[in-house]
Design a protein around this ligand. Structure first.
Ligand code: ARG
Length: 459
């Protein structure tokens, strides 16, 4: 019969259902590498503190490497009683090296161990995501620069508003993604704090040098309070928030493209690599990848709300409720990582139709420009807004576009409308007029791209 790691004071048997209810190995085994790394560093620290002899530490480190080989080659045999990755690894270590393996856990608890493993795991994953986000940003910048000549309708309330550049739209999303990258860079140092050496809650009585463990494992610092160190899951919450927010941004980007790729718009067409067909309707090409991004954003918001709810009433230090964090963490990180890479693929391959974008522009989208024309002749804007509105209405009443209004028609609305008013009827000029920093002129847009490139080169 298997012996539980913590079984000393127990005489009764655990309900088999409870056994499965309690175990986290099915999902936390993916942190086997981090668990072994943490244990190796801890064994070295115990030797430095004089708790283990050099030989004992050597034997433990060597044994942990053997365990790693088994995981690596998929030959690690999970046994009944392997409750989580920590107990499984320690059980196997002791089988391989004998009872000296039992010295490894001296002064350590699974409470500081699990927090160490997950921080180690998360740190690496987040660095991967950082790279994927940089790739996405690069793809957006490259397109924005290459296609800066393309103009399209800009919308507010999804109603046609003003002429903008396609590149301006692209970089509007890139601007949000850049902030997300800043958020990630900001939270990483808080993930990168070492809990090990906190014990179950009260600290470590064997004098292990936490700073050198931190260095050994590549952490930026040590958690400042042992009770907090085993209590804190806010590094997961921050990650879940960051993931949910970045995916919310990607979802809005996806939503725009879903609209732009619809039959009524046809501004863009997804490449075959990121679309699917219908089992019934042969003509269909559906933007499934974009829809999945949009859908998964909802799930990641749920993960955040879920863990917030788990945490809010937990008393200080460790509670088993915290085990609920890991599946949410794995799911959010995996989902985000996939979405960012898929988004980069979509963004780099989507075909645009500049003619359709241009034909989506309509004369009334120059009504603001018409008002500003009069402003430049000295008429107060509040009046020009009305006067331009009158031109919109006149065209509407006549069933024509504003382009069809003659100079005489406009002069009747206001004498300041002169011959040169025809210059207003030019979409490219309209975009070019917005030449202040952040605007839609070619210069402004290219400047935005330049700044993003500077940002990336500083990463
Ligand atoms: N599997 C546990 C978790 O993920 C490890 C920590 C267990 N600690 C304890 N005191 N039972 O939270």
């Amino acid at each position: 019969p298997e012996k539980k790691l913590w079984g000393g004071r127990f005489t009764g048997k655990v309900d088999p259902l409870m056994e499965r209810f309690n175990e986290s190995l099915p999902f936390d085994k993916r942190m086997w590498r981090e668990d072994l790394q943490g244990s190796q560093a801890y064994a070295r620290a115990l030797a430095k503190a004089g708790v283990l002899t050099e030989d004992e530490a050597q034997s433990i480190v060597q044994g942990l490497k053997e365990v790693g080989k088994e995981w690596e080659s998929d030959s690690f045999k999970i046994k009944a009683g392997d409750e989580d990755i920590h107990t499984a690894n320690e059980r196997r270590l002791t089988e391989i090296i004998g009872s000296v393996g039992g010295k490894l856990h001296t002064g350590r608890s699974r409470n500081d161990q699990v927090a160490t493993d997950t921080r180690l795991w998360l740190k690496n994953e987040l660095k991967g995501i950082q790279q994927h986000m940089a790739d996405l940003l690069k793809a957006a910048i490259a397109r924005a620069e290459a296609e800066v000549g393309v103009v399209m309708p800009g919308f507010t309330h999804l109603q046609p508003a003003q002429t903008v550049r396609w590149s301006h739209w692209l970089l509007s999303h890139a601007a949000a993604w850049q902030r997300d990258m800043q958020r990630l860079a900001d939270l990483l140092p808080r993930v990168s704090m070492l809990p090990l050496g906190s014990g179950a809650l009260a600290g470590n009585s064997f004098g292990v040098d936490r700073r050198s463990i931190a260095q050994d494992l590549g952490f930026d610092g040590v958690c400042p309070n042992s009770m907090d160190a085993v209590s804190d899951r806010d590094f997961v919450l921050e990650t879940l928030f960051f993931s949910a927010l970045h995916l919310t941004h990607l979802s809005r980007w996806a939503e725009d493209l879903i609209i732009y790729s619809s039959g009524q718009f046809k501004f863009v067409q997804c490449s075959d690599a990121y679309a699917t067909g219908s089992s019934l309707m042969p003509q269909k090409k559906n933007p499934d990848a974009l829809e999945l991004i949009r859908g998964k954003a909802g799930r990641l918001q749920g993960n955040l709300a879920g863990l917030m709810a788990v945490m809010k009433s937990a008393p200080t230090t460790y509670n088993k409720d915290f085990q609920e964090a890991w599946e949410l963490m794995f799911d959010s990180v995996d989902t985000l990582s996939a979405c960012v890479r898929i988004a980069t693929g979509i963004l780099s391959t989507i075909k645009i139709n500049p003619e359709r974008m241009r034909s989506g522009l309509s004369a009334d989208m120059l009504a603001t420009d018409l008002a500003e024309y009069l402003v430049r002749k000295g008429v107060p804007f509040r009046e020009t807004h009305h006067l331009s509105g009158a031109a919109v209405k006149l065209a509407e009443d006549r069933g024509c576009t504003m382009f069809d209004l003659t100079h005489a028609d406009l002069a009747q609305i206001h004498p300041m409308f002169e011959e040169d008013v025809v210059e207003v009827w030019d979409y490219d000029r309209s975009a070019e007029q917005r030449d202040t920093e952040g605007g839609s002129s070619r210069r402004s847009v290219l400047q935005q791209a330049e700044k993003l490139k500077d940002f990336l080169s500083e990463q």
